[in-house]
Ligand binder design. Structure first.
Ligand code: ADP
Length: 422
């Protein structure tokens, strides 16, 4: 295997996709791997993002999984490592950002690490160490009521300090706006003073690029995907990375197109309605599934006759009242499970019928479909709508997947995605 430039560990799947898309836009050919990689990887890759599910698990487990991921990335001889967490610094007082970053730094023999979750384009700005979501402090945003990681303090120096024994310093806006050299000098001075971390301010996109440039020789970086924007440029300047255009190109696939939708968000329901006006669709009703009706078989028999003429939609998506009815009759979890199982069996059936361009709507639904298809790694391609790229699901006979969670995408997302499928 050729040498990888950047090895990343992300604490959840959507964060991993976001980071991978950022790297692809910067011209790095990027592979997203679900869980610790097993077996060899394709040779034509510049960056790997390992997607863990470690944001809210016990911190010992998060540390141990992250170290396993690091070990694999070191085996692949990455030049630089990146620990990706959410741009709202989602964590509890126990972690897992501090404990995981501590463990990765220790394993790499690194005494000083930057922490920068800022992403101005997505309304996450950092000023004097305080994180803003839009025009309010993190602690006044909806994140203060998050069920798993309530963020009640916007001062990230203090938040990170609670999670680590290493001293946390700040590179404030006054330094950041002077550019990469000033940032480097301040980082060196903090390190010399014995700090182990630096929170770095950024209120504009250009600050992220300056920070990225200043981090060219840092073995380990932690942050949101914003700060990763500056990294491809470092590799390009060092002559290690070619030009940008080719990174998002996926191989052209022969095969039918289809959409499987298990999201009941407003955006998805609108997309389903839009599709149904002019294109073939098949509804899956959880109450019928619970009554033992073989809707998987019925849906696949229906699809078989239509696929050659154009893409089809199979959906369980429904309006809130009908979802409530199913949930009351079956239980929230059981209803979800039943639908996820049916839709993933349908996705496998569609693949067996020759579908090679598959749009999946719903975060949990996507997870279930990817698992049922036995896909462990995705090569990231062009962005369809913000946050949703086409990907190539690697298996003996690969297929293109667009995995869209809940509220993403314009009303014609399904049609648009299939029109630009690889
Ligand atoms: P989103 O990204 O919009 O949150 P998910 O796929 O993550 O979508 O979650 C939607 C959940 O709702 C899944 O568990 C899915 O199986 C379930 N579901 C889908 N359709 C129905 C329905 N008609 N009734 C009840 N639950 C449903």
């Amino acid at each position: 295997m050729s040498q990888l430039l950047l090895g990343c560990i992300a604490d959840d799947f959507t964060g991993a996709t976001d980071l991978a898309s950022t790297l692809v836009s910067g011209g790095m050919r990027t592979l997203l791997v679900i869980g610790i990689p097993q077996g060899p990887l394709p040779a034509d890759i510049d960056a790997v993002v390992i997607a863990l599910k470690s944001r809210t698990i016990a911190s010992e487990a998060a540390v141990s999984q992250s170290l396993q991921a690091l070990q694999w990335l070191r085996g692949a001889q990455c030049r630089q490592f990146f620990f990706k967490y959410c741009s709202t610094f989602d964590s509890t007082p126990q972690g897992n950002i501090g404990p995981v970053a501590d463990a990765l730094a220790q394993a790499l023999g690194v005494s000083f690490v930057v922490a920068c979750p800022a992403f101005p384009e997505n309304q996450r700005t950092l000023f004097q160490g305080h994180l803003f979501v839009g025009d309010v402090l993190l602690s006044e945003s909806g994140m203060r009521n998050h069920p798993l990681t309530p963020m009640t303090d916007a001062n990230l120096v203090r938040v990170l300090q609670q999670q680590t024994g290493r001293a946390v310093g700040l590179v404030a806006h006054g330094v950041v706006r002077q550019g990469a050299d000033a940032i480097s000098a301040r980082l060196q001075s903090l390190q010399a003073q014995g700090f182990g971390y630096a929170i770095v301010d950024a209120i504009e996109d250009e600050h992220l690029h300056a920070i990225g440039t200043a981090l060219a020789h840092h073995p380990l970086i932690t942050g949101g995907s914003g700060v990763a924007r500056g990294l491809p440029g470092n590799f390009r300047r060092a002559g290690l990375l070619g030009e940008a255009q080719a990174a998002s190109v996926l191989p052209v696939l022969e095969g039918f197109g289809a959409v499987v939708s298990g999201s009941c968000s407003l955006a998805t329901n609108g997309q389903v309605e839009h599709w149904r006006k002019e294109r073939p669709s098949f509804a899956i009703d959880p109450l019928q599934l619970a009554n033992g009706q073989d809707l998987v078989r019925a849906a696949l028999e229906w699809a078989q006759g239509l696929l050659a003429a154009g893409p089809v939609l199979i959906y369980a998506s429904a309006a809130a009242d009908s979802v409530n009815r199913a949930q009351q009759a079956l239980g929230v979890e059981a209803a979800g499970q039943l639908v996820e199982e049916a839709l993933s069996a349908i996705a496998v059936g569609l693949y067996n019928l020759g579908v090679r361009k598959l749009v999946v709507a719903g975060g949990e639904t996507s997870g279930a479909v990817v698992k049922a298809l036995g896909i462990k790694a995705l090569r990231i391609g062009t962005t369809i709508d913000p946050g949703v790229p086409w990907t190539l699901g690697l298996r003996d006979d690969p297929l293109a997947l667009a995995l869209k969670s809940g509220n993403f995408g314009s009303v014609d997302f399904f049609e648009k995605a299939l029109a630009c499928a690889p």
